[in-house]
Design a protein around this ligand. Sequence first.
Ligand code: MTE
Ligand code: MO
Length: 433
Amino acid sequence: MADKRPTPITTFYRDHPDGPDGADKDLFGRVANTNRRGFMRNMGLAAVSTLVGAAIPFHRNMPGGLIPAALADTSIMDGKTGLTLLNDRPLNAETPAHFLDDDVTPNERHFVRNNGLPPTDMNAQDWTLTIDGLVDTPLTLSVADLKRDFEVVSKRLVIECGGNGRAMFSPPARGNQWTYGAVGCSEWTGVRLSDVLRAAGVNPAAIYTAHEGADIHLSGKADKMPLSRGMPIEKAMDDANLIAFGQNGGDIHPMNGAPLRLVVPGWPGSCSQKWLTRIWLRDQVHDGAKMTGTSYRVPRYPVAPGTKVPRADFEIIEAMPVKSLITAPENGARPGQRNLEVRGHAWAGDTVVSAVDISFDFGATWQKTELSPAPNTGAWQRWKTDIELPEAGYYEIWARATDANGVMQPFAIDWNPKGYLNNSFHRVAVTVT
Ligand SMILES: Nc1nc2c(c(=O)[nH]1)N[C@H]1C(S)=C(S)[C@@H](COP(=O)(O)O)O[C@H]1N2
Ligand SMILES: [Mo]
C-alpha cells in the first residue's frame, strides 16, 4: 500500500509482456528505420567492460540496453552531475532528492526530459522565434530582439514532469520510471510570454497556443516532431510564464533547451517547450505531437488501479497537484545523533503551499514545519524543522504539504493508466546508530 521501489531492470525485462524487444521499446524507444536503440545496444561486452573499468562476472544476466549503474551518473551528458540516467535514447535523467537541496537548482542538477533528440545547432546568434497564427502581426524575433524589445526578468520557476512519481505506480505504467526527481527550480531569465503575445496582438478567436521546438524525432524524419504541446490562451497570458534565454545567471544548459525555451510554472513540464522556435495561436485545442490520445492526460474520473479507460474519457492535465520533497536528510541516512534538521521544498501548481507537516512515526502524529513564502509566483517554497528522534533505530520521515485551497498530499497514489500526477508523500529512511 505504501510506495513501491522502482522495478529492478532485470525484473522489468523478465516480466515484460512483449518480451525483451518490448522492454527495449519502453526503455529506449524503437527507432523506426534503423536498428539503433540505446547507446549500449550495439556495444559488445568488451566495450561495456572498458566503460565500467572491470570484467563483469555476471554479464550473462545483463539485459540488452542496460545502462550500468556505474555510468548512470550521466557521464554521457556534459555539464550534468549526480543525475540518475533513466534512458539514453531519448535522454532522460532525474535528480536524486538530496541533490535538490538548493533553493535554486543549479544547471548541473536540473533534470532532463527529452522526447526526441536535441537539435545539433543551438546557436543563439541565428536563432529565431516565430509568433504567428491568430495574431494581428506575425513576428519573427531573434534572441537579441527579445532582449531589446521586452522587459527582461529573472524568476525562480518550478518545472515538474507530469510523469514524476510514475515508478511507484502499481500496476506499473509504461514510460520513464521517474521516482521523485523529475522536478527542478532554476532561476530563469527571459521575457514574459504575455508581453510578446500582446506585441503580436492576440486575435479574439485564439483559444489555444501551439509550441514548436527544434529537436528531432527519434525516427530522424524531418516532418515529425517529438513533442508539440500548447495551453489555453488564458493560461498563456499569465505573467508568470517566461520565454527564457538564461538559466541561473548564464546560458540555458543545452539539455534544458538552449538557447530559448518556454517556462510555464505550475503546469506539466511538457508545456515548457525547449529549443523553442514557434508559438502559433489557434482557434482549437492544439493537436500536435503528444497533445492527443492519452499523452499527458488522465481519466476524467477516479479509476481503480489497473482499469482500462476508454480514450474519450481522458482529459488534458492542467495544473499540477500540491507536492513536497524531503531534501535532507538523504534517504538511507545513518546519523549518529537523534537531533536532525529536516528540510525540503514544496509547491502547488497554480496556487501556493500553506503548510508542510512531517511525521517520523508512520503518520500517527504530525509536526508543523517552518514554511517560507515563495520568492516569486511559480517558485517552490522552502520548509524546515528540527526533530528529535526518541532512541536509536529505524525511522521513516514523511512529508505532507497542503495547498492554499486546503488540498493535502495523499498517502496512497491516485492511480491512472499512464502514471501521471503522483503526489503521494515523500518518505525517507533514517537509521539512528
Ligand atoms: N522541444 C521539447 N521541449 C520539451 C520536451 C521535449 O521533448 N522537446 N520535453 C518536455 C517535458 S515532457 C518536460 S517534463 C520538460 C522538461 O524540461 P527539462 O528537460 O529542462 O528538465 O521539457 C518539456 N519541453
Ligand atoms: Mo514531462
